[in-house]
Structure formats: structure tokens, C-alpha cells
Design a binder for this molecule. Structure first.
Ligand code: IPE
Ligand code: IPE
Ligand code: MG
Length: 245
């Protein structure tokens, strides 16, 4: 680690030879963060966006190849429309504002989910940001937007049925994997969920089969690079057995 920041003692506990290749995060707790401070929920989401920058920067510093963030679930449409609209506006703002950070660090933006159903302004920004960064070979940064793991599996099965036409087919694990939204990514090694909730909430159900799960009480807007470092250190203590002894 070349930098001399005061946090280096923590970073020096990270074993560079055992870094996760893919980190996925369920960013949860924006509403509770705001409630604790007597703010509206939208203020919590705004603060939550700031936390994303810290995480990206540490992933870049550690040369983590893949980072995937759950930003809007297929079930989040059930929130008040004012909150839903604010979330999409924040996404558009984030992409516009952080393009310089993405470019400076050669980050490639990717998005997974039923993107055809998200508001036009957000869809346009995502398409723009993906195009602007498509040649970058640094961190592969994926936002899960209008994402639901059950939708993803349904979409994969329907694609396979379409390909097969009237021919009966026998589906293999590889065929399903190759038709998921994540077909060009390895499965996450480490999943982090903030805010003390211990559930997957329809996130990457297929891909998380053998991931290490780390749950933290920290509310997402309070999540710092040090929290990510702690999660990585915890991950490195785990023994991944994959059914073996
Ligand atoms: C996570 O924070 C952000 C999204 C789901 C978009 P929440 O808004 O779920 O925050 P809590 O769970 O209500 O505290
Ligand atoms: C999961 O969080 C979705 C995102 C983080 C985008 P939720 O807050 O929506 O999940 P539940 O409702 O508590 O399961
Ligand atoms: Mg929540």
C-alpha cells in the first residue's frame, strides 16, 4: 500500500493475496439513518450516495476487480412515489457528477435489472455512462437497478425457451448462468448487507450460492472505507469449503 493515510494500519491487516474478486453490497438503512436525525427519508438517500464514493475509492485502491451495488429493487416501486422519484433523480445526478471519478480511475459502469422499465431520464444517463466508460479496464462497477433475482431467473428461462423455439431442450446449469444478467461476471465472493437486516431481499439469489455473507449494524450513510476494510478482513478469516471437508 503506497499511501500514508492514518487508516493504513487497518489496510495493512488486509492480505493482498486473498482479496475477494467480486464484492456485492446491499446498501440498506438510509431511511433509518434519516429518521434518527429527524430528517425525511430522501435526505437519507442523498447521504447514502456519498457513502458510495468511499467504497469505490477503496475498491480502486485495493484493485478489487468487481463491485456490485444493490441500488433499487424490483420491490422498491412499492414505496411512496415521491421517494421513488427522488431515488431515480439521485441516480441521474450521481452518474453525471461522478463521471470524472469513473474516468480518472478507469472504472467501467455496468447496470443489471429490468432496465427497460426505469424512468427515461435515468435510463438515458445509464446508457450514456456505460458508453462513456465501455473501454475502461479498471473496476467493473455494476449497479443493480429495478433488479430482482426472481425476475432475472424468469428472464433467463424465457430467453432459453425463445432460443429453443419448438425444439424441446434440456437445460443445464451453464445455460442458465449464461443467460443471467451477470453472465459476464464471476459470482460474488463477499456479500455485505448494512443496517442489521439479515436477509437477501431478492438480490443475486443464484450468484450468492457460495458467497461469504457479512452483516453489519452500520447504516449505509455511515458506511466508511474502514467498514469495508473490516468486512474484507472478516471475509479473509472465513474458510470456504464448497461442500468439501
Ligand atoms: C436502502 O435504504 C436504500 C434503498 C432500498 C433504495 P432504505 O431506504 O431501505 O432504508 P431503511 O431500510 O428504510 O432504513
Ligand atoms: C433491499 O433493501 C434493496 C436495496 C438495498 C436496493 P430493502 O430495504 O428494500 O429491503 P427490505 O424491504 O428491508 O427487505
Ligand atoms: Mg431498507
Amino acid at each position: 500500500m503506497s499511501s500514508k493515510s492514518p487508516r493504513d494500519p487497518l489496510l495493512s491487516q488486509i492480505d493482498q493475496s486473498k482479496l475477494p474478486v467480486h464484492i456485492a453490497i446491499i446498501m440498506d438503512g438510509n431511511g433509518r439513518w434519516a429518521k434518527k436525525r429527524h430528517f425525511g427519508r430522501i435526505r437519507g438517500h442523498r447521504e447514502g450516495v456519498q457513502a458510495i464514493r468511499n467504497v469505490i475509492k477503496l475498491c480502486v485502491k485495493l484493485a478489487i476487480p468487481y463491485l456490485t451495488l444493490f441500488a433499487f429493487s424490483s420491490e422498491n416501486w412499492n414505496r411512496p412515489s415521491e421517494e421513488v422519484n427522488a431515488l431515480w433523480n439521485l441516480l441521474s445526478e450521481f452518474l453525471k457528477k461522478e463521471m470524472a471519478l469513473l474516468k480518472k480511475n478507469h472504472i467501467r459502469l455496468n447496470a443489471i435489472g429490468r432496465l427497460q422499465h426505469i424512468p427515461d431520464h435515468a435510463k438515458q444517463k445509464i446508457d450514456w455512462a456505460m458508453k462513456e466508460t465501455c473501454s475502461h479496464t479498471g473496476l467493473f462497477f455494476t449497479l443493480a437497478l429495478n433488479y430482482g433475482a426472481r425476475d432475472e431467473i424468469v428472464d433467463a428461462v424465457n430467453q432459453l425457451l425463445q432460443i429453443s423455439g419448438s425444439q424441446p431442450i434440456s437445460v443445464t446449469e451453464k445455460m442458465i448462468r449464461d443467460h443471467l444478467y451477470t453472465r459476464n461476471m464471476p459470482d460474488p465472493d463477499l456479500l455485505i448487507r448494512t443496517s442489521g437486516e439479515k436477509r437477501l431481499s431478492n438480490f443475486l439469489l443464484w450468484q450468492l450460492s457460495y458467497s461469504e455473507l457479512v452483516f453489519t449494524e452500520t447504516l449505509w450513510p455511515d458506511f466508511k472505507d474502514t467498514d469495508l476494510a473490516h468486512a474484507i478482513i472478516e471475509y479473509q478469516k472465513r474458510h470456504r469449503r464448497y461442500g468439501r471437508v
